[in-house]
Structures are given as structure tokens and as C-alpha cells.
Design a protein around this ligand. Structure first.
Ligand code: GUN
Length: 291
């Protein structure tokens, strides 16, 4: 046990910067060829402070990549009908190639109805049932950004994932389920564990690849990690330690010295998520040019 050595730590920030640079160059080239740029619309309903930080960051990085950014900040009391009307407008706007509604939405709005109202070809979050179903059946899809970023980091570290046992802790539509589909498509052997799983520690110890996406600060202890396993920590938990606010993951990082590789929090999966959002927006734009 003890802190992982620097060479074991997966630098998500550096990987995201390389991906963003490539996207920026591709956007410039396509602009030269077509006179058009990809456009991303981000919709935030209400004033959740964490969501507001994410939305501002997405706006900044979209503009930095040379894309058009359309931000829609709506009041907390927005009705589902009002939000659906905005999505309808964005679906029909030729300057908008990607639409993202930041989650969570306030309780008067049915998130599922809203996500399924987004034109699937503009669904850069990959949350529409058509994209989820396409991913599950191996057809062309827009893939949720966080698991896509996790997969890129895993392939960069491990190369071929074929035959490896991946344990995913968490079964959300945003991370756990699409992560499982992506790892299956790479010929991994996949176990999805969750809050009702019996003997979670033993299952985690059998993993070559351990993906933690539960939203519980430092729930995965060091002795749940097999020596040499690659650990991807999706958690971003705000906690107070010794009177100071801190961000920690779902994995007890300071106990993971024996991991083969591990993503830190912050600076691991988080930056890759936004880079993959830009990548999905570019993909949606390219497909619109072929249509
Ligand atoms: N809230 C937390 N994660 C996400 C995400 O990946 N997409 C959206 N739209 N909202 C989120």
C-alpha cells in the first residue's frame, strides 16, 4: 500500500490535450474545405454549481477548438414543454451539429423524454435510446463521452484488451452500461457490479481492468486491487478533509501503489470526457456533411 509511483499514474490531462489538438487541426482543415464549422449547443436548466462549472468548461474548450458554441442557460422553473420546444429548434438548426442537455435536470422534467427528443445524429452525449441500442448491437453510434475517454486511456496503456477481465463497478446509463458494451466490443470479459453485488471486494480482486463509477468517495480500497491491475477512476466526489474542500475519486488512491496503472482525480478521466465531447461533435459534423 502507499501512493502510486509517478510512472504508474495515467495522465488524462496530457492525453486530452493531444486529442483536443488533433480535433482543432481537423476543424481548421474542414473549415478551409467547406467554409463550415461544427456547432455544439449546451443546455443547462437551473443553477446547480457543479453543472455550471462543467458547462463553462465545455464552452471554453469548444471555442478553443475552433467550433461554434451555443450556450442556453434556462431558469430552474423551466417546464418540460419549454425545454422540448428548445430542443426542437436546435434539432432543426443547421448551424448546430451537437446537442447536450446537462444532467441532472430539475424534478418537473422527465430526463428520458428530453434525451429521446434530441435528433439521434446530434446526440453527442450518446444517451438517446437509438444510440444506446446501436452501441449494444455493434452498429454505428454516437458513444457516451466518459466511457469513450476511459476506453482510449485503457487502449493507450494496454494495447489489445482481448481476453482481459474488466470489472465495472456501477451500472448507470451514462458510464457503467456503455463502458461494458465498449469493453465487450474490444473482446474483453466483462463483469458489471453494483450496490447489491455480493462480495464486491473479491470480484474486484479478479479484475485485470477495474473501472470505478459509483460516486462513493474512496469506496474501492487498496486491497480490492489485484497487483498490476489497471484502475480507471470515474468518480469525482467533493469532500472535506482536515477542514479543506477536496476532490477525491471512488478509489482510495493512496492505497494503490501496487496497481499497474491508475487514473488520478482530478486529472484523469475528467479532461478526457470533454475532449471526447469535442470528438463526438466533430463526428456528428462530418456525418452531416455526408448526409
Ligand atoms: N452530468 C454528469 N455527467 C454528464 C454527462 O456526461 N453528460 C451530461 N449531459 N450531463 C452529465
Amino acid at each position: 500500500m502507499g501512493n502510486p509511483r509517478p510512472e504508474v499514474i495515467i495522465d488524462g490531462k496530457a492525453a486530452a490535450a493531444i486529442l483536443a489538438d488533433k480535433i482543432t487541426a481537423d476543424v481548421a482543415e474542414l473549415r478551409w474545405e467547406t467554409g463550415l464549422v461544427p456547432g455544439l449547443a449546451v443546455v443547462l436548466v437551473g443553477d446547480d454549481p457543479a453543472s455550471a462549472v462543467y458547462v463553462s468548461s465545455k464552452h471554453r474548450q469548444t471555442v478553443a477548438a475552433g467550433m461554434a458554441s451555443f450556450e442556453h442557460r434556462l431558469p430552474m422553473e423551466t417546464t418540460e414543454d419549454d425545454l422540448l420546444a428548445l430542443i426542437e429548434r436546435l434539432n432543426g438548426d443547421p448551424a448546430v451539429h451537437g446537442i447536450l442537455v446537462q444532467l441532472p435536470v430539475p424534478p418537473q422534467i422527465d430526463a428520458g423524454a428530453v434525451l429521446n427528443a434530441i435528433e439521434p445524429g446530434k446526440d453527442v452525449d450518446g444517451f438517446h435510446v437509438l444510440n444506446a441500442g446501436s452501441l449494444a448491437t455493434g452498429q454505428e453510434a454516437l458513444v457516451p463521452c466518459t466511457p469513450l475517454g476511459c476506453l482510449m486511456l485503457l487502449k493507450e496503456r494496454l494495447g489489445d484488451l482481448s481476453g482481459l477481465h474488466a470489472v465495472i463497478v456501477g451500472r448507470s446509463n451514462i458510464v457503467g452500461k456503455p463502458m461494458a458494451q465498449l469493453l465487450l466490443s474490444e473482446n474483453g470479459t466483462v463483469t458489471i457490479a453494483h450496490s447489491r453485488t455480493r462480495d464486491l471486494a473479491t470480484i474486484c480482486r479478479s479484475a485485470d481492468i477495474l473501472v470505478a463509477a459509483v460516486g462513493q468517495p474512496e469506496m474501492i480500497r487498496g486491497d480490492w486491487i489485484r497487483p498490476g491491475a489497471v484502475v480507471i477512476d470515474v468518480g469525482i466526489n467533493r469532500v472535506t478533509q482536515e477542514g479543506k474542500p477536496r476532490l477525491v475519486g471512488d478509489v482510495a488512491f493512496a492505497e494503490a501503489a501496487h496497481a499497474g496503472a491508475i487514473t488520478p482525480v482530478p486529472g484523469g478521466v475528467g479532461p478526457m470526457t470533454i475532449a471526447c465531447l469535442l470528438s463526438n461533435t466533430l463526428t456528428a459534423f462530418r456525418r452531416s456533411l455526408q448526409a
